[in-house]
Structure formats: structure tokens, C-alpha cells
Write a protein that binds this ligand. Sequence first.
Ligand SMILES: [Zn+2]
Length: 324
Amino acid sequence: MAEIEFLGATSEVTGSCYLLHTRSGKVLIECGMVQGGESEDRRNAERFPFDIEAVDAVVLSHAHIDHSGRLPLLVKRGFDGPIYTHDATAELLEVMLIDSAYIHEKDAAYENRRRERAGRKPVEPLYTRDDARAVMESLSPMPYRRAVDVLPGVVLQLYDAGHILGSAIVVVDVTEKGATRRLVFSGDLGHKGAPILRDPETVGAADLVMMESTYGDRSHRSWSDTWRELGEILSRARAERGNVLIPAFAVGRTQELLYVFRRHFEEWGLGDWRIFLDSPMAIRTTKIYRDNVELYDRQARAVRREDGSLFNLDNLKLSESTEQ
Ligand SMILES: [Zn+2]
């Protein structure tokens, strides 16, 4: 029977990676970056704990770097098979992996200036933008709910995980000796009722489920409470003539906030503010969100039909560069 090796994110939340061994070959599921500090950076550069040449295919649940960030390294070190992922994830990856590579290049350049002064040998970036571009050529994008033969007897389907655009629950049916077993990798799951995207789909039956549990020990409060609190923060800041700085993930959270601003524009008096989106990566990923209307939930589709875009804010300024 097929076997699964757990290679990351077991006692921590980043660095997701599983290797599925079947009779007809090996499939790597996720190839995530470990995130944290300097010691994590060193771990990302270590050799992969498997023979890269023996991996036949990769499946990626979504574009976040803790699931996708080591793909350029995998390709750079010799993987040349297909990487299956959702169509929208493929679009997001192009932005995210190149951004990630750019950070590695800049970090290495900074370190090398220090090393040069100290007369020490230069370091190489973990991977470069060219390495990230090479990943794009291996991508095999697919929609939700389409069965794809990854290997003989190994059929892959992606179900909507509702976490970020294109995020998927990975469903693998492995048939060996006439018996089919269904393996389900939840990936990161969305929060029911979240703005823009549909709620996570249910898979029905499975023989084995690998489930993410990052917030498994916490009960989220309701969305309406969250929005009420955000509205209160904005009106307090307005009364005190202050500014509001919102740190937000570039993919997912930023788009949710812009959409919620649009929906509460009058109620929260947002016309009196200037709103800056200060992240070139968030600007690019917002465009990808804007164009993938078919992945929206019903409410977001209705808003988009009426407004032409979910993010139609007259007073939104996009800061594309640090000079602005
Ligand atoms: Zn994620």
C-alpha cells in the first residue's frame, strides 16, 4: 500500500512537505519554506531529505511561501517533473516566488558587502529570480474538481479550500492491486463566512486525512464582531485625527480588507480618508484577485456585477515603489 513520509510542519507551522510513495512512483505534496529567523534560513538551504531524481511529480495546495517557497530550490537542484496546482495558484506563484527570490538576492548582496569588507568568501542567494522563473515552466495548472492522472493508478483532484485564491484541498486516489484508497491533504483551510472566497468544500469520504491545525486550538469570533471592531477603530482614529496602519498579508488578508472597506465605505466614513496600499506584491496579487471572478462567493459576485470590481475605492492610492 502507498506510504506517506512527513517531511515538515510536524511540530511547527511552516515548511509543509509530504512525500507519497506509491507502486508507480513518488509524489511530493507541498515544498514549503521554513519561516522564522536565521536558523530557519539555514535549514531552507539544507539538502532535501529525499532523492530529488526519484520524485515524479509535485502537487501544491496553494501559493503561500510556507507551502511553495522551496520549489525554486527543488527545480534548481534537478527536479524536472510536472508541478500540479490550481490555475489561480499558478498566477499567484509567479508574483510570490519571484518576490521571494528577490529578497534572497538582496539578503545575499547585503551579506556579501559585509563579507567583502571582512575579507571573507561571498555567499550565494538561496535561489535567484531566474530559478523562480524556471518553476513557472514546470507548472501544470488545473481547475477544481477535475480528475488528473498523475501516475498510473494515482488520480489527483483539487477541491476549493477557501483559504486564499486558488487554494485547494488535495485529494489523491491511489489504486493498487485493484483497491482504491483516498488520501486527503487539507492544506490550509479557509474560515467559513470569510469575505470574497467560497467556504471550504467538504470531500465526503476518505481513507486517510492529513489536516492542518494551526488555529485548531482556538475559536474564532464571528465575522460581524470583527468588522464591528474594525469600524470602531477607524471611527476612533478619525475622532482623534489619527492615522491607521494595518499590517496585512499581501495575499488574502489585503484583498479581504479592501473589499470590506468597499462594502462599509459610507458606514465607516471612508470617503474622508486617503487609503494607501503600500506593497508592490499586494498590488500585483490584488489584480489577480480582481480577474478571477469565477472563484468568488455569491455575495462577492453580486458586488462585482454592480461595481465592476471588488476593490473600487476612489481614494485608494497604490504605492508601487519605496520612493513614493
Ligand atoms: Zn496558507
